[in-house]
Design a protein around this ligand. Structure first.
Ligand code: SAM
Length: 290
């Protein structure tokens, strides 16, 4: 039923659907039970690998005279390979993390479900919400009703980099990028489009430094960090790692994508004496198991 409902939601647009050339990287035909089919289609939808009209918002930034912030005037053309690997800011997809990181996320959640590792799922830094929508979809597909998905973001973009406080902070002025600020209302709307907004989804709105220390989370099984900055990565690790169950996963979206992020992870692991293998994900990103 789940898969059929979902297909019906997509059906009105299907006449416009064209397979992207990237699709050569994914199996042309898929098989499996309803769960596998639903999750495969959900990944293709949140990553917008179905339609081929994306432009890359990372290109051609100009200052918007009204807001004083960067906006993409004309996006760069999307290279399918870069989109597949999650190396662009897609104009329409609900997540920018690309297929290998979506597959990694699915694998981590399925492992904790199979292994009975207790706790909720969280992403810190959600943008349009696609990765958290996918997390909620995985719980739905497996009939899991006793775990929540925590959706943590300012819903207003990144904070200004504080290089006085964090000398290893990035020089990139992410806070000036309008395209990275997606409102809570819009993220909720995106969940609704998939029929996945319900009380198993909890929103933590505000800067991580303010929301995470007092977040009413008891235990976590998967924590996915995607805040780009040294500060954002460190705030999530410091405030959430103790809540992660043994056997749970930490996923770092920007490992080997942003030096500030590598530095925060490496500093945290060294200071906490963590020696668990850090496994790299194709393209960018890494994870370890507690
Ligand atoms: C690269 S985007 C996340 C991409 C997303 N995971 C996806 O699936 O497409 C970074 C997000 O982190 C949020 N963010 C970064 N640092 C933050 C902080 N310190 N507090 C709150 N939100 C933050 C930004 O608002 C933005 O939505």
């Amino acid at each position: 039923m789940l898969l059929l409902d979902f297909l019906k939601q997509c059906a009105s647009n299907l006449t416009f659907a064209k397979l992207k050339t990237y699709a050569a990287r994914s199996p042309d035909s898929i098989s499996g039970d309803g769960v596998k089919l639903y999750l495969d289609l959900l990944k293709r939808c949140v990553g917008n690998f179905i339609y081929d009209d994306d432009v890359d918002l990372m290109g051609n930034w100009v200052i918007d005279s009204k807001t004083g912030k960067y906006a993409s005037s004309e996006g760069m053309r999307v290279l399918p390979e870069a989109k597949y690997l999650g190396e662009i800011w897609p104009s329409r997809a609900h997540t920018m993390i690309g297929m290998p990181r979506l597959e990694n996320l699915q694998w981590c959640v399925e492992e904790v479900l199979k292994g009975g590792i207790q706790g909720d799922l969280i992403e810190t830094g959600v943008w349009r919400g696609g990765a958290t929508i996918f997390m909620r979809g995985i719980l739905k597909a497996y009939g899991v009703t006793d775990r929540r998905v925590w959706v943590a973001d300012s819903f207003a973009g990144l904070p200004q980099a504080d290089r006085m406080r964090y000398p290893k902070e990035t020089n990139i002025e992410f806070h000036l990028h309008q395209d990275l600020a997606v409102s809570l209302e819009d993220v909720k709307k995106n969940f609704q489009r998939y029929g996945l907004l319900d009380d198993q989804v909890r929103f933590l709105e505000g800067w991580f430094r303010d929301t995470l220390p007092s977040a009413p989370i008891k235990k976590l099984a998967v924590m996915r960090l995607d805040g780009d900055l040294y500060e954002s990565t460190m705030d999530a690790l410091v405030n959430l790692y103790d809540k992660l169950s043994p056997g749970g996963f930490v996923i770092i979206d920007d490992y080997n994508g942003l030096k500030s992020c590598n530095d925060a992870v490496d500093d945290f692991r060294r200071e906490a004496g963590i020696t668990a293998e850090l496994v790299l994900i194709p393209g960018a990103g890494a994870y370890w198991r507690k």
